[in-house]
Design a protein around this ligand. Sequence first.
Ligand code: AMP
Ligand code: MG
Length: 269
Amino acid sequence: MLHDSLRVRQGDGIDLDGFATRSEEAWDGDKASGKARLKDLANRLADLQNVFYADGTRRLLVVLQAMDTGGKDSTIRDVFGRMNPQGVTVASFKKPTPEELAHDYLWRVHAHVPADGQITIFNRSHYEDVLVVRVDGLVPEDKWRRRYAQIVEFEELLAEEGTRILKFFIHISKAEQKERLQARLDESDKHWKFETGDLETRKKWADYMAAYGEALGRTSTERAPWYVIPGDRKWYRKLVIGEIMVGVMEEMDLSFPSPEEGLAGVVID
Ligand code: AMP
Ligand code: MG
């Protein structure tokens, strides 16, 4: 099954060179039919989320990570965008503020985990604390290295308390990022997305792939698995995440809560 082939096995780390960035393996049709399927999936997710919200007893956390231009934002728009905003929250984690930095790194994250009946999408996450923090040496190695086990424990706590966790790494190639960054420079409606800092990050591509490889391997647990999503084709990346989401939400066996007693036969005056 698609789930299984993209799922990261827990261990010392993975070599991301061995994971496809450009693939259409899971889709027999062409791009147009793939996009149509994506729309159906997004609608199906909206229906599932409606029951999830009504049920009101489960919590679902989706973690999205990617290199710059990887497509986290448009994935949120096109896969999750049909859900009812009342039950869905997006939490974006940027460079920590002084107040956030004055606390442990999970403080700001824990504050945003989903409540009963809620779906929360993390646009970046606590994983930045073993990614950019590692690559840029923002804290000493012995400190960030202990975070793998801390993160596993933190997610285990959330899972034990009733939160379903899914983590997606959208895997793009360095060549694809070049195209997308160039487009941000060349197309006026994309200028706002361009940040010079992204070029510095791009120079450290190999370091980031090593950091991602180790983080994904060490923290892909039974209850909080990582999936590596081929990211170079935009429609395919969204299709795959949509398929996995629908699969997981269907397995939850959701149902509307039972109605109040004695409703049968009630007629409104
Ligand atoms: P963007 O997602 O393009 O808005 O960029 C957000 C930026 O915040 C990225 O460069 C991240 O690496 C950075 N960021 C997020 N979390 C952290 C963190 N814990 N420490 C340092 N930088 C972070
Ligand atoms: Mg950015």
